[in-house]
Design a protein around this ligand. Structure first.
Ligand code: HAM
Length: 423
């Protein structure tokens, strides 16, 4: 093979695409029900949007996980690593802050991160993202969590849990940073290199460290919320009580801090033990300062993004199905014998297609055996045979391919038979 795909990318084959459509439809239907409207923004943006947006201390920036390049006009461009910064940019650039109601966005598409690929972690992956810009109340956070949960349920995913925490407002965060600095001061020399960098750049992220040797140092870390202001405490407690009222189960995880810098107060992740190391398949939280940070007014916001690939793994595991099991083949195969009859075949195919019946053929085959083999491999449900006799009589053999049952019918009768759904 002279060419192969890049590391950390993958192809979706024709018999797999219905599986991903199934996921999209579940996400889309819930977006509609919850009143989130779809938006679309470019895959390329100015790199500084993300540098500023996701934060100079995030892994994306520190570990150079963003795909950045200079274009011919010497502009520094990034392939979008996530959708929140772009959503806020879109919100501001189109004056949506002036519309008098909150912006409720939904987006679906590829994101790019130069991470080390492993199961469930790609360099090009897809996210379904939801952003609720314009409401600071814990009810907005609760709505997002319930929406996320509703999508997970609609997809039939089992074996998952919600993890939730609060990292406080800007002042509480600073107070907590100081506490953590104190706490880790004497321990940091014994911790991993990543933690040492985090100690300097973004101490909160130490809590996220997965390194075995660091765990003993992190285990007894002081819990942030104990140091938070009354408002932050109240925000979190209200959110928890809303979740309780909705019988939404959760685990309060004092070490949950998230990898992007823009978060404050609520942070949450949906995890599944079925996923191994990359166990978080959907995640989000509140980002009340990002709109202002990107040059806009003081507008609170909250959101989350579902990782489609990890979700796909969970759907397969939960439903005990493979991607190919979702394949929805073309319905009808038209098998022509006699090349001179192809003109008539095309008319017949068009007749069915115009009536909304998914119909295909192989123009190059002239033998019934080859036609049937193709129809079988494609997975068509029915075939009809077109030869000189059939064209003259106007009656065609319709064969049900799974059991070989046959009927002799006119095109109109075949259409009725198929669309009546009684076969
Ligand atoms: P994130 O946690 O970076 O958050 O990504 C959200 C989800 O995207 C992850 O939980 C994971 O399922 C998936 N994901 C992330 N990186 C990869 C990867 N390399 N390969 C496969 N899947 C991946 C955000 O992106 C935020 N913008 C979410 C958000 C929206 N917060 C507020 N609004």
């Amino acid at each position: 093979m002279e060419y192969s795909k890049l590391k950390g990318t993958y192809d979706i084959l024709p018999k797999e695409s219905d599986f991903f459509r199934f996921i999209f439809n579940a996400v889309y239907n819930e977006a509609v029900v919850f009143g989130y409207k779809e938006i679309s923004f470019p895959i390329i943006e100015y790199a500084r949007l993300f540098q500023r947006g996701v934060g100079e201390a995030s892994d994306l920036v520190v570990k150079k996980e963003m795909y950045v390049f200079e274009d011919r006009g010497h502009r520094l461009i990034a392939l979008r690593p996530e959708g929140t910064a772009s959503s806020v940019r879109l919100y501001l650039e189109n004056n949506l802050a002036m519309q008098g109601y909150s912006a409720k966005f939904f987006y679906y598409g590829p994101m790019f991160r130069a991470e080390n690929p492993q199961t469930g972690r790609y360099r090009q992956f897809n996210q379904a993202g939801f952003e609720y810009i314009g409401d600071g109340s814990p009810f907005a956070d609760a709505e997002l969590i319930l929406l996320n949960n509703s999508i997970i349920k609609k997809l039939g995913i089992k074996d998952y849990s919600l993890h939730i925490n609060s990292i406080g407002c800007i002042n509480c965060k600073q107070k907590y940073f100081d506490k953590l600095k104190n706490y880790f001061e004497k321990k940091i020399d014994l911790m991993c290199e990543d933690c040492k960098t985090r100690y300097e750049k973004n101490i909160l992220r130490i809590l996220d460290c997965k390194e075995k040797s660091c765990q003993t140092f992190i285990e007894n870390v002081p819990y942030g919320i104990e140091y938070f202001c009354d408002e932050c405490k109240m925000h979190f407690n209200t959110l928890i009580s809303i979740l309780d009222k909705h019988k939404m189960e959760y685990n309060i995880d004092k070490r949950l801090v998230r990898g992007l810098d823009y978060y404050n107060r609520t942070v949450f992740e949906f995890k599944s033990s079925l996923l191994g190391a990359q166990s978080t398949f959907s995640a989000g939280g509140r980002y009340d300062y990002l709109v202002r940070e990107l040059g806009g007014p003081d507008v609170p916001a909250s959101g989350f993004a579902i990782g489609i690939e990890r979700t796909a793994l969970l759907v397969e595991a939960s439903l005990s199905k493979k991607k190919g099991d979702f394949y929805n083949p073309p319905f009808l195969y038209v098998a022509t014998v006699g090349k001179e009859n192809l003109g008539e075949t095309l008319k017949i195919i068009n007749f069915f297609r115009e009536n909304g019946i998914s119909t295909i053929t192989e123009y190059k085959y002239d033998s019934l055996k080859k036609h049937l083999k193709a129809a079988d491999s494609i997975g068509c449900l029915f075939a009809i045979f077109v030869g000189e006799d059939e064209i003259k009589s106007g009656k065609y053999t319709l064969r049900r391919l799974n059991d070989g049952n046959q009927w002799n019918l006119s095109l109109e009768e075949i259409k009725k038979f198929i669309t009546s759904n009684t076969f």
